[in-house]
Design a protein around this ligand. Structure first.
Ligand SMILES: Nc1nc2c(ncn2[C@@H]2O[C@H](COP(=O)(O)OP(=O)(O)OP(=O)(O)O)[C@@H](O)[C@H]2O)c(=O)[nH]1
Length: 395
């Protein structure tokens, strides 16, 4: 009965285009607007002008003073580096940009600006950088004196806002692992107040800053990143709704949609998230990927050992079952349910199948819109070229 309800609610088109679904987020074909020389970049994987890609793959900048922890955050979240190894990371001496986009749902760029370089130098095109940005994360080292960091935050935020008022400004009060709970709250209150006072003095109180306490030594950095990314996903309400329908019809207590590489959750149902549940999900993803890496791949294979066959079941000692299943190339669902509910695994799997189809339909719409816009702009361009040609002949 419940299965039918879900299938009725979720199913739409009959055809299942698995390959298309798996390739939703590939945006390399669309990177056309700026040449590498204009961008001053080294690897050339960039498409600032392409706002559509920005919608499907949220684009995020990570900025902050020297040694605030930017590279460490990137390495720990996206490269599975252990926090202790970041002690040996070398400081970046020039403006350095790195893309994290090929293996994850999250498209993410780190702009590492060494302290002494003025990135508002007229030869440096900051307008172009901010124009295509969805979120700007500014990292402040909470264990250091943060007066300079706050003035740079103010400068960065005000300039960025002028270029693109749509940017979400996210402040990571970082390295809080060394602080007591009271001290953490006190730091957050102080930084929040000073940063907002500076904006008010400049008559810019409409700029909204969000603050997070983070550390690479626990899950707070993943949790904060999840919240930043979720704000940039236009399909979020639909994803949440689908997860709500799925859990209520399957006897599941909690379900998360995870980006497997980064362990960022891009959506969850509307019941509250507690940190422990989230940490368990992260641990489960680690176990699945690590075991698959060691035992699931042949020597010739490369890349992430994660495919449509990927799934795992873990029975906890408190009668809770954790169930992980592949949704797309980058995404997995992790759910929590009671042992009794798991006896109806057939129903859960059927509902999951409907859920997966619905997710594909959601992203299909985006792909179609993207393709239509591309076609339209191509037509416009060729019309313009023809008109110019005719004008040239008339002369
Ligand atoms: N205690 C603590 N130390 C951290 C944390 N994150 C980073 N660090 C340390 O901070 C130092 C600087 O980190 P980096 O990641 O190199 O900082 P960065 O901002 O990239 O520095 P530049 O490349 O100079 O701009 C390293 O020794 C890290 O181990 C954290 O959450 N807690």
């Amino acid at each position: 009965m419940s299965g039918e309800m879900v299938s009725a609610a979720l199913s739409g088109e009959e055809e299942e285009e698995e390959d298309a679904a798996l390739g939703y987020y590939d945006d390399e074909d669309d990177l056309e607007a700026f040449s590498d020389a204009e961008l001053g970049c080294e690897d050339g994987v960039l498409g600032f002008s392409d706002s559509l890609n920005g919608e499907v793959k949220p684009r995020i900048l990570l900025m902050g003073l020297r040694r605030s922890g930017k590279s460490s955050i990137q390495k720990v979240v996206f490269h599975k580096m252990s926090p202790n190894e970041t002690l040996f990371l070398e400081s970046t001496n020039k403006i350095c940009r790195e893309d994290v986009s090929s293996s994850s749902f999250v498209s993410f760029q780190i702009w590492d600006f060494p302290g002494q370089i003025d990135f508002f130098d007229p030869t440096f095109d900051y307008e172009m950088i901010f124009r295509g940005t969805g979120a700007l994360i500014f990292v402040i080292d909470s264990q250091d004196d943060y007066v300079e960091a706050l003035s740079r935050l103010h400068l960065t935020v005000t300039r960025a806002y002028k270029v693109n008022p749509e940017i979400n400004f996210e402040v990571f009060i970082h390295k809080v692992d060394g602080l007591s709970d009271d001290h953490k709250i006190e730091k957050q209150r102080d930084i929040n107040k000073r940063a907002n006072d500076d904006l008010a003095d400049a008559g810019l109180e409409r700029i909204h800053l969000s603050f997070y306490l983070t550390s690479i030594y626990d899950h707070s950095i993943f949790e904060a990143f999840s919240k930043v990314v979720q704000k940039l996903i236009p399909q979020l309400p639909t994803l949440e709704n689908l997860l709500n329908i799925f859990i209520s019809n399957s006897g599941v207590e909690k379900a998360f949609l995870f980006d497997v590489v980064s362990k960022i959750y891009i959506a969850t149902d509307s019941s509250p998230v507690d940190m422990q549940t989230y940490e368990l999900c992260c641990d489960m993803i680690d176990v699945v990927i690590d075991i698959s890496c060691i035992y699931g791949m042949s020597d010739s294979e490369a890349g992430l050992p994660y495919d449509e066959e990927s799934m795992a079941i873990i029975h906890l000692n408190n009668t809770t079952v954790m169930y992980l299943k592949e949704v797309t190339k980058f995404l997995a669902m992790v759910c929590f349910l009671r042992k009794e509910s798991f006896e109806r695994k057939g129903l859960i799997d059927y509902n999951f199948h409907c859920f997966k189809q619905a997710i594909q339909e959601v992203f299909d719409v985006r792909v179609k819109v993207q393709q239509n816009r591309k076609l339209l702009s191509q037509r416009r361009r060729s019309k313009l070229t023809m008109a110019n040609g005719e004008l040239g002949n008339a002369h």
